[in-house]
Write a protein that binds this ligand. Structure first.
Ligand SMILES: [Zn+2]
Length: 361
């Protein structure tokens, strides 16, 4: 982008004199229409007293339109979303953008530096700390800075995550489908799978949605990696959302070919190990498994026949999430299997027949 202003200090004075203008304003700064800014915004201080600054890119389009946030790495080791947000912010041409993009590629900076999921300060979960509060814990103070400056001014948002370490998942959307705008946003992202539900208290998507900033979570792949096919799918989803909400009015909304919405009361199961041991996983994320099909076996170090535990699919369904680290205690999750309607099953099988060579979803 041209007009990039990279600075440690917020430029200009706080706006507010003209509530009708289309400038994006945050504490101490503003980004006017037709401009973009790379900001390092201080949300806390380290043990050395140095500022903890999160990177933020605000792209304010030349034309009026909605303000959309894209955020990633609320969990510091979940990297796929970082690349999605960076490419939208810095590689896309926004000359015809209607509205404003608020890009937050790394929210949990201390976790990112340590390559850990949680804030390394007493292992606090930043994604259970929203909307945050002044005068509260370190995590809630950080959440408060992010939320008030860069989330609340938005009209809608997308928060990118991956599975936790040792597991992986298909790209899917989590969304409170009872909210009409959230539902519209979730459908526009054009993933094959949407898991409906409001999410736990303190998560960015639930708290933002409750603060009238309809927000979805996108789950994609595993921690500690860039997974290009998933990043490309997510970029298609972002483009589709921007088309749906008029930010890129000349673009079109993408249809994923088939879609299933898993409601909370639908058949939805995390299959858990009933034995400790070493797992031989037969099927990967995105696999369609038949009822009774063997998903994995669990064996002891001696592979003794009598101790082999075979885990079969309790119903025909799609493997949305699966473990990668092949060791379990009894009770550890093996895979997340979701049931599909007959229509969805037919559409999916048709797609699989025509795209047999495509290894990843
Ligand atoms: Zn996460």
């Amino acid at each position: 982008m041209n007009d990039d202003a990279s600075s440690d200090e917020p430029p200009g004075e706080r706006s507010g004199s003209d509530a009708t203008d289309d400038a994006f304003t945050y504490n101490g700064g503003r980004v006017d229409p037709g401009e973009s800014a790379n900001i390092r915004y201080s949300i806390s201080e380290t043990y050395l007293g140095d500022p903890v600054k999160i990177p933020v890119t605000v792209v304010n389009g030349a034309h009026p339109g909605p303000t959309v946030f894209l955020s990633a790495a609320a969990h510091g080791d979940e990297l796929n979303g970082i690349e999605v947000v960076r490419e939208v912010a810095h590689d896309w041409n926004h000359a015809e953008l209607h509205g404003t993009l608020v890009c937050l590629p790394v929210m949990n900076v201390p976790g990112f530096l340590a390559q850990e999921r949680y804030l390394p300060i007493y292992d606090r979960d930043l994604n259970r700390s929203f909307p945050g509060r002044e005068g509260s814990t370190s995590a809630r103070r950080m959440a408060h800075q992010i939320f008030t400056n860069f989330i609340e001014p938005c009209d809608l948002g997308i928060d990118f995550h991956t599975s936790t370490r040792g597991r992986t998942n298909m790209l899917h959307v989590r969304a409170s489908m009872d909210d009409p705008t959230v539902s519209r946003l979730a459908n526009a992202f054009s993933s094959n799978v949407i898991i409906a539900g409001e999410g736990p208290a303190g998560t960015l998507r639930r708290e933002a949605t409750e603060a009238d900033v309809p927000t979805i979570t996108v789950e994609m792949g595993e921690a500690h990696r860039f997974q290009r096919p998933l990043i490309d799918r997510a970029l298609t989803g972002v483009a589709s959302v921007l088309a749906e909400f008029g930010c890129h009015p000349d673009s079109s909304v993408h249809w994923p070919g088939w879609r299933t919405v898993i409601d909370d009361d639908d058949e939805k199961t995390w299959l858990r190990a009933d034995a400790g041991g070493i797992v031989d996983m037969k099927r990967g994320r995105g696999a369609l498994v038949e009822e009774g099909e063997v998903i994995c076996t669990i064996t002891n170090p001696f592979k003794e026949e009598d101790d082999i535990v075979t885990v079969e699919a309790p119903f025909t369904g799609l493997i949305v999430g699966v473990l990668e680290n092949p060791v379990v205690y009894p009770g550890n999750p093996l895979c997340h299997l979701v049931g599909l309607s007959a229509d969805t099953l037919t559409a999916l099988e048709r797609e699989r027949t025509t795209e047999r060579s495509q290894a990843e979803l």
